[in-house]
Write a protein that binds this ligand. Structure first.
Ligand SMILES: Cc1ncc(COP(=O)(O)O)c(C=O)c1O
Length: 340
């Protein structure tokens, strides 16, 4: 399953969903039902699961559009069954994440409710808390609890259908958790769940963030740059103005710590990152307005990656890519049209 929630982790859900199907992802996963229905409206027809709904969700629409929904409690199961005669339901057990899913006795209640209703389920699943720390004891504990929960369902006479537990980290490090399906989110986009996690899966980030320099100027030593003068030039240098800022979801917290890629070199982002813009110090590199600067990319030529920006911003790569927005235009394809 390619997980395409949150606008495909900021990558643009329509083209990513199509690319994922073409690349062989049998399933797509969305968090909310609205996300799943939007995929249907955009023409997606394959197996599709959603898992996060508040009371009042349109389970009838889900059934009409063949979207599988997740029951995380007996109460939610009742809501689904009240909305449609032909539900496609998966069951979620909380095996220890402490988030969504039926926990402890709630699972026994949910199993009883499903068995009494006599409705088929198409899957049973759970989500790991610490999969990006492969040695963490919670992984064994959650997997064991998952097996128990599936056994309880089977003992009640319910065929569990597809069993699934693994996210990207477990896909990459924990074969015992693969069961019948794996839900790969961040790895789908070529990013590691945690850069410190040991693994042997080659990943190449698919998203690059580029801009054209909006201004280029030569400034003397001692020139303060951007709000608050957090940076002052040490020598005469060339500054390039990048028309991307926190309005695009780039973190202001990366101020003073991030670098970009220009003319085959890493160049520091200097001064406070603003709402619409930031400044790169180009040193003595020849530069003109309109030249392309890459904030992050695949990393294969030495350019920074979303992971580098995550480190600079004090966050994770998930947040760096998912938070992109504002005035950014997403361009899909193997070349980024208009940019070299
Ligand atoms: C239920 C569920 N499964 C799978 C994923 C994918 O996780 P990852 O991006 O770490 O692969 C997510 C994302 O957080 C999720 O919420």
């Amino acid at each position: 399953m390619a997980v395409v929630k949150a606008n495909a982790y900021g990558h643009g859900v329509g083209p990513i969903a199509r690319a994922a199907r073409e690349a062989g992802a049998v399933w797509l996963g969305a968090a909310t039902l609205d996300e799943a229905l939007a995929l249907r409206a955009a023409g997606d027809e394959g197996p599709l699961l959603s898992w996060l709904t508040a009371p009042g969700a349109d389970f009838a629409a889900a059934a009409r559009h063949d979207v599988e929904v997740t029951a995380s409690s007996a109460e939610q199961l009742a809501e689904i069954l009240a909305a449609t005669q032909v539900p496609r339901i998966q069951l979620k057990v909380d095996t220890g994440l402490g988030r969504n899913g039926a926990f402890g006795d709630q699972w026994t209640e949910l199993v009883g409710a499903v068995a009494r209703a006599g409705v088929p389920v198409t899957g049973v699943w759970s989500h790991l808390a610490c999969a990006d720390e492969p040695g963490h004891p919670a992984n064994d504990a959650q997997e064991a609890r998952f097996r128990e929960a599936v056994a309880e369902l089977e003992a009640a006479g319910v065929d569990p259908g597809l069993r699934h537990l693994a996210n990207s980290a477990a896909l990459m490090t924990r074969p015992s958790a693969h069961f019948d399906l794996v839900r790969a989110g961040i790895a789908t986009y070529g990013l590691p769940p945690d850069p410190a996690m040991p693994h042997d899966v080659p990943l190449t980030p698919v998203l690059s963030l580029k801009a054209r320099l909006a201004a280029v100027k030569r400034v003397p030593a001692g020139q303060g740059v951007s709000y608050g003068y957090r940076h002052v030039t040490e020598r005469e240098t060339t500054l390039g103005l990048v028309p991307i800022g926190y309005g695009e979801g780039v973190h202001r917290a990366a101020t003073g710590r991030a670098s970009a890629w220009f003319a085959g070199q890493r160049v520091p982002v200097v001064g406070t990152i603003c709402m619409d813009q930031m400044v790169v110090d180009l040193g003595d590199l020849p530069a003109e307005r309109g030249d392309v600067v890459t904030l992050f990319g695949p990393g294969t030529s030495g350019e920074p990656t979303a992971v580098d920006w995550a480190v600079a911003s004090g966050t994770i790569a998930y947040e760096v890519v998912t938070g992109l927005g504002g005035r950014i235009q997403l361009v899909h394809g193997t070349t980024t049209e208009g940019f070299s």
